[in-house]
Ligand binder design. Sequence first.
Ligand SMILES: [Zn+2]
Ligand SMILES: [Zn+2]
Length: 347
Amino acid sequence: MKAAVYYAPGDIRVEDRPDPVPTPDNLIAEVHYCAICGTDKKLATIGDPRYPPARIVGHEMVGHLVHVGANVDGFALGERVTLATTVGCGECAYCGLGLTNMCPNSKPISQAFDGAFAERLAIPPLAIKGGNVLKVPDEVSDEVAALSEPLSCAINAQELVGVKEGDRVVIIGGGPLGALHAELAKALGAADVMISQRSEPRLSLLRRLKDVVVIDGGQEDVASVVHERTGGLGADVVIVAGPTREAYESSIYLARKGGAVSLFSSLPKDDPDVTWNSRVIHYGELRVVGASDSRPEHVAKGLRLMAAGKIDGDALITHQPPLSAIHAGLQLMIRKQCLKVLVDPLQ
Ligand SMILES: [Zn+2]
Ligand SMILES: [Zn+2]
């Protein structure tokens, strides 16, 4: 089968690999789509030491089951599935707390196991046991279902920061995840959703989203727009979805007193420090919360929101290259010319 294989930073090759081997304990899915994640873009540029060489990468997948091991309960041939990426060990204290995304011994799909930029994907027993395999409801298309994993990461963040009905939400950074955050905030009942972005063509792509106020951060003063739209108060929730120090440092000034900030994007490992006026957080009683990755329950919630028609996946998907053209897709991500890019291994 054809697969996209990571060898070294910037070195991803589309090549022939043996088909996955069916066993009594695994599932095999024919991959219909696998979306390109920011982590894949990282592999195509600076790399990531957690990924071993010759690993098939890609994890934001939707597939149809073509093998169900004799010992696997609850799945049938032909069923459509998607995955929660991070498979907890099931034995550590964090897994015991239900925080499998914090598991120090986790085995993520596409890191510890081969991933889904391939015609077929073997789903390992540990992922099945961990509840990481989720069935796609009939109402959700293959294309939109491929967004359920990145959406799940946004769901984890918005649950932690507490987005609720009537909130006024600002998202700093209009990349694929920022756009997903905007759709999610609307789905959770936010009354006003604003997203700031600096560059074209992403500004134009964001304008495809309905009922989202797109702020051109290159031309407009984001703080002024936010304060104007919130009667001078500031936002109930601010989500940092752009990995820059400026985004971090500006976030606390966009929130109202008693509001909350989600640090969703991470800063680079070698440049993580920020400077904050602690008095803004202290006197403003701000909650500043982190968010990392997601768990199966977040993917399940994403699928429910999609099935209810609350996420406009079609507005979020801007490109669908075949697997043989994955490098063109990665370039779109690197050049910030897309929202979500879905790789199609069967085309
Ligand atoms: Zn991802
Ligand atoms: Zn664990």
